[in-house]
Design a protein around this ligand. Sequence first.
Ligand SMILES: [Zn+2]
Ligand SMILES: [Zn+2]
Length: 237
Amino acid sequence: MLEIDLHVHSLFSNCGLHTILELIEQAKCLGMKGIAVTDHGPSLGGRLNSPFFDRFRYPDDGFVFYKGIETNVIDAQGTIDIPFEYISNCDIVLLGLHHNIQKGISESSYTDMLVNAMERNPCVDMITHPNDPTYPIDYMKLCSAATNHGVAIELNNSRTLYRRSSDETTIGMINACIETGCRLAVASDTHAIQELGDDSAVSPLLARTQFPKDLLVTLNAETVNMFLSARKKNKSI
Ligand SMILES: [Zn+2]
Ligand SMILES: [Zn+2]
């Protein structure tokens, strides 16, 4: 079980099933220490809204609540769909390739999209599910660029849990992180509540690769907080 889950969708994503308060209650029931709610950017129909980013304040009761967005790449130049006005309110910005991007192009093109997006958008903290077989990636190139920008690569529990990525591909991605010294963050990509905080599908893969603890962002709540605190300066606009 993750102490803090950095990739969680609420009803404000078309794919999410639960309210923000339901997600918080479930995380507390599980004994977790925090979550980040990271709904999709507008090109995937995410309904990001001002009351959440400007007005919602979670009480300081020891549970950590991070505001985030899972933003989408929208072109080859690395443009992303994060609304400019919400960047400074974000504690975490995830970035991924999703079904708004054409399938069947090439590994080098998909890799360049993510690398360009990181270079153009310093607010990005983590690349989500780069082990999606729909969008093949050159992991050494991606992880080298991520290391240079201080960006983490996500090890997505749902992709492995629902067999949407092969273990072989995922282990290739993990090994590229080890070789390049790239930070890795385990997250659930929760859409349904029973997925929250779950790292059970990918933990055996981390063990198999003997992944170094110092590269693991999600080792515990403290390491998550240190990573995001150091990244916060990139959200000032
Ligand atoms: Zn995603
Ligand atoms: Zn997601």
